[in-house]
Design a protein around this ligand. Sequence first.
Ligand code: 3PG
Length: 403
Amino acid sequence: MKKTLQNMKVTNKTVIVRVDYNVPILNGKILDDSKIIETLETINYLISENCKIILLSHLGKIKTEADKLKYSLEPVAKHLKDLVNSEVYFTKDIMSPDLKKRVSELKPQEILMLENTRFADLPKPLESTCDAQLSLFWSSLADVFVNDAFASAHRAHASNYGIAKYIPSCIGFLMQKELFSLNKLVINPEHPFVVVMGGAKMDDKIELMENLIKKCDYLLCAGGIANTCLKALDFGVGQSIVSKDFRIIDKLKKMMLENKEKFVLPLDAIVGSTYDENYVKYKRIDTIDDNDLIQDIGVKTLEKYQKVISSAKTIFLNGTLGMYENPKFANGTKEFFNMLSKTDAIVVVGGGDTSSAVKNLGYQNQFTYVSSGGGATLDYLGKEKLIALDVIEEGETIETLDL
Ligand code: 3PG
């Protein structure tokens, strides 16, 4: 495990913390503040250690000057004020001598949040290219760097990778929890270990599948993943979402042939149609017509999947079982989440859309761990490393952690 806050002397120091406050905001209102809440343990610890705290985060993607109007972190700073027992200041400044002065005026236990780090990508990309000058400047503001931005740790940017090169650095409590719970899956999962992969996207998940298939006992497929598997096996899938990349289809075919006993595929489906938005029909999986769109799993598939998960000791869920956003196709996902909530297995949820689905359907507190990462979670489980952490030294191994 990387060096953690417990391995670091921070009392009375100025600490710069990279958090991931890339949260949905509408008209200045934070729609989901879970990413902010999850960093409070680190922030409150630093307050209790009498630190001066500087917070860095990105928000959205900044490609044009107009994006800057949409993606200011000011509403997030206001929101944080309501969640902590300390002064929270916000500055639009991200790189100037004035900022150094502003930091030197900060009192112990006070928090200064800087504007969106990606504003430093215009006119020239400095944050996303891990510019050395910018990394040095940010590191010069503090004595210690804490990386608690798990959801961004698959990027090597100035605000996470760059700073850690120049001052003593460690990971925060959220990062520690994320790595600990995901390590359970990639290093030593309790068997039977069942991986559930659904959702629409297939192409960016092949690496993850290639790694997890080696470790799991069963891989339950749904959504675009199942459709692509079915297509690779020459089943008709009509107009359903599938990968169009032949290299991916070939890789998948090979994986299925080598792991026949592990792949579990749907027996039936609820389909819509490209021609009629009111069309909803139950079908056996070998009777899908050319205009059908597979949108959900059917009852026979749910029964089959229930049998597999009832014997599992560890379950990893990535992706929904159908287009749950449309009530006509939500049954499979709802019923499956309900089944998962009733097992005694360790259930870990990963991936941005999956975590949102779990929250939207009210299951956030029903599973062992819901990861705050999207791309970072998939990257970690696929590659077993996160680039932003490369520059942070190893610390003592943490054996247990309350989740
Ligand atoms: C996320 O929301 O997954 C993280 O904040 C990373 O965002 P990014 O894909 O824009 O780097």
